[in-house]
Write a protein that binds this ligand. Structure first.
Ligand code: ASP
Length: 303
């Protein structure tokens, strides 16, 4: 992983397995906090976020600090990017500071790949446009494994704004590498046919009940209004057809796992009853984000 972690698509099943297995060592025992390690003592990780983020940015920061690294956070709003500096100039400046790794989020798909061709250090993609969000898929897989013990043979429904979701794409790549049957569901305008062809075993439906029946996992997605350039979205209608409510959950397997990458919009894509229910793994996802990112940073920085 000399180039870091740019996407799930190019990872082998063995590489993914390695990260997921290692992340178990970083999960805190019940009631405990994350242990501190010295593995990355003396190394500097730059968190470069050109798009807003709560979970991912803080999670990477905690992960790097728990491994003993120094962390420098740069967000677009408080940096020279807001003064009109070009991406290349920002990157050259950062490169001159000689960080050991850069964690990057950007609105343009492919931005971290561009950066990794430019700088000779590992780059970790923290979400690039509508392309991929690899650590989200890894933490989702960790969460499913914790509850189910295996991925092989499961049926997973991913529901919502599939068209604009980097979370959906990374999950499709990861889950299909592990023999999961993936069902994608959303309104036709947000469910491009081609997405079903990016990996084997993926089916599409616009009917929420068909998607959910007998599934092991339901992954809800936020409607990505910031990436939609068409007319305003009718929120109340969306919730009526694609909002996850208790009656839907009853159609799935009795021990179904309900997931959402966050931020959740209660009453838009998920009801509070479901988000706060026993079946919801939303906060486990957040917690697993730190363990998985510790495993990723350790792997890309291991030298
Ligand atoms: N936090 C996820 C992402 O950055 C999902 C979302 O924003 O809806 O893609």
């Amino acid at each position: 992983m000399r180039r870091g972690l740019l996407d799930i698509e190019s990872l082998t099943r063995a590489e993914i397995d390695g990260i997921l297995t290692r992340s178990k060592d970083f999960q805190p025992a019940p009631g405990q906090t994350f242990k501190r390690f010295e593995t990355l003592r003396g190394r500097t990780v730059v968190n470069l976020f050109f798009e807003s983020s709560t979970r991912t940015r803080t999670s990477f920061e905690i992960a790097a600090k728990r491994l003993g690294a120094d962390v420098l956070a740069i967000t677009a709003a408080g940096s020279s990017v807001s003064k009109g500096e070009s991406l290349v100039d920002t990157l050259n400046t950062l490169g001159a500071m000689r960080p050991d790794a850069i964690v990057m989020r950007h609105a343009a798909s492919g931005a971290p790949h561009f950066l990794s061709r430019y700088l000779p250090i590992p780059i970790v993609n923290a979400g690039d446009g509508t392309h991929e969000h690899p650590t989200q898929a890894l933490l989702d897989a960790r969460t499913i494994l914790d509850r189910r013990g295996t991925l092989e043979g499961l049926r997973v429904a991913i529901i919502g704004d599939i068209a604009h979701s980097r979370v959906a794409r990374s999950n499709i790549f990861l889950l299909s590498k592990f023999g999961v049957q993936v069902v994608l569901c959303g309104p036709a305008s947000l469910l491009p046919r081609e997405i079903g062809q990016i990996a084997p075993g993926v089916t599409l439906t616009t009917n929420m009940e068909t998607a959910i029946r007998d599934v092991d996992v339901i992954m809800m997605l936020r409607v990505q209004l910031e990436r939609q350039h068409e007319a305003a979205f009718p929120a109340s209608e969306y919730f009526q057809f694609y909002g996850l409510r208790p009656e839907h959950v009853e159609l799935a397997k009795p021990d179904v796992v309900v997931m959402h990458p966050g931020p959740i919009n209660r009453g838009r894509e998920i009801s509070s009853e479901v988000a706060d229910s026993q079946r919801s793994a939303i906060l486990n996802q957040v917690e697993n984000g730190i363990a998985v990112r510790m495993a990723v940073l350790e792997k890309v920085l291991a030298a």
